[in-house]
Ligand binder design. Structure first.
Ligand SMILES: [Zn+2]
Length: 261
C-alpha cells in the first residue's frame, strides 16, 4: 500500500461548479482583499481545474491556524467581471467532516452546540443549513452543519440546552441510545438494566445498596468517557419510543438534502 500523503496546513477553497468559474486573477484578488492573507504567510496557491478548487498552503501551522477558524465556511466571491460565485472553504485535511445536528430549535445559539461538540473534537465552523434552490423557501432548515475534526466518536443522541439532538455524520459509529457508548446498543445497555427496576413497578424491594449501586454506575461512567451529564438522565421506557419516532421523522429533511448536494 502506498503511504498516505497528508496535506499540511492547507485550506481548500472549492468554487461552485454551476456558477461562473473565477480566473486566477480573481482568486489572487480574493485571497488578498477578502481573506487578507499576507505574502509571507502563504507558500503555494494551487489551482485544480477539475475540482474547481484552489489549495492555499500556508508557510507554517501557526499561520494556518490563524485563518482556518476565521474562514472555514461558505461565502460569496465577487469576480472582476461583476459576476458572483459561491465558495466553500474547508481544511484540506482528510479527517475533517460535516456533522449535522438535527432537532434543535433555532433559538438555541450555535455557541451551545459548539460547547457540547468540543468534547468530541475540534469545532471549526457552524453554519445553518438552507433548503436548496429546488424548494419554494430558500431559508434555514433548522439543521446546523458543524465542520469539525472528530477525535472521539459522537453518539447519535446528545442533549444540547435540554433538547435531544440527533447527530449524523459520514462514518458515524452506531452508539447506544441510552448512554452513547459504542460498545453495545440500547437493549444490552448496563444503565438500562440498573435503571429499569426503579422506573418500573419493582418486583423485589430495592435495598439501599441497589440504589447506591445505581448512583455509583452513573457517576463512574461520566468521568470515564466524558459524556455530558444530560445524556445520563435516562427517561422511562414510554418516553423512549416517542423519541425514536421523532428521530425517524427527522430523517426526511436529511434525505432531501443529500439528494441536492
Ligand atoms: Zn448504553
Amino acid at each position: 500500500m502506498a503511504t498516505k500523503i497528508v496535506l499540511q496546513h492547507t485550506l481548500r477553497a472549492t468554487f461552485d461548479k454551476e456558477q461562473q468559474r473565477p480566473t486566477a486573477l480573481d482568486v489572487h484578488r480574493w485571497i488578498d482583499e477578502v481573506l487578507k492573507i499576507k505574502d509571507d504567510e502563504l507558500q503555494t496557491i494551487q489551482l485544480v481545474g477539475k475540482q474547481n478548487a484552489a489549495y492555499l498552503k500556508f508557510t507554517s501551522s501557526a499561520n494556518y491556524e490563524r485563518y482556518v477558524q476565521k474562514h472555514t465556511g461558505t461565502s460569496v466571491v465577487e469576480l472582476l467581471n461583476g459576476a458572483t460565485t459561491t465558495v466553500k472553504i474547508t481544511p484540506a485535511e482528510d479527517d475533517y467532516v460535516s456533522v449535522r445536528v438535527l432537532n434543535i430549535p433555532p433559538e438555541v445559539p450555535n455557541d451551545r452546540i459548539r460547547n457540547t461538540l468540543q468534547n468530541f473534537g475540534k469545532v471549526l465552523q457552524i453554519e445553518n443549513e438552507k433548503w436548496s434552490h429546488r424548494y419554494r423557501y430558500k431559508i434555514d432548515t433548522g439543521i446546523r452543519v458543524v465542520q469539525m475534526v472528530i477525535k472521539q466518536s459522537i453518539p447519535t443522541n446528545l442533549t444540547i440546552s435540554n433538547y435531544e439532538a440527533y447527530i449524523t455524520y459520514p462514518g458515524q459509529e452506531q452508539t447506544c441510545f441510552l448512554c452513547g457508548s459504542s460498545s453495545h446498543l440500547r437493549h444490552t445497555c448496563p444503565k438500562r438494566s440498573v435503571k429499569m427496576p426503579i422506573n418500573a413497578v419493582p418486583r423485589t424491594r430495592l435495598t439501599f445498596s441497589d440504589i447506591l449501586q445505581t448512583y455509583v454506575n452513573v457517576t463512574t461512567d461520566l468521568s470515564e468517557d466524558g459524556i455530558p451529564p444530560e445524556i445520563c438522565d435516562v427517561p422511562g421506557p414510554s418516553n423512549m419510543s416517542t423519541r425514536l419516532v421523532n428521530a425517524d421523522n427527522q430523517n426526511k429533511p436529511v434525505k432531501t438534502n443529500i439528494e441536492n448536494e
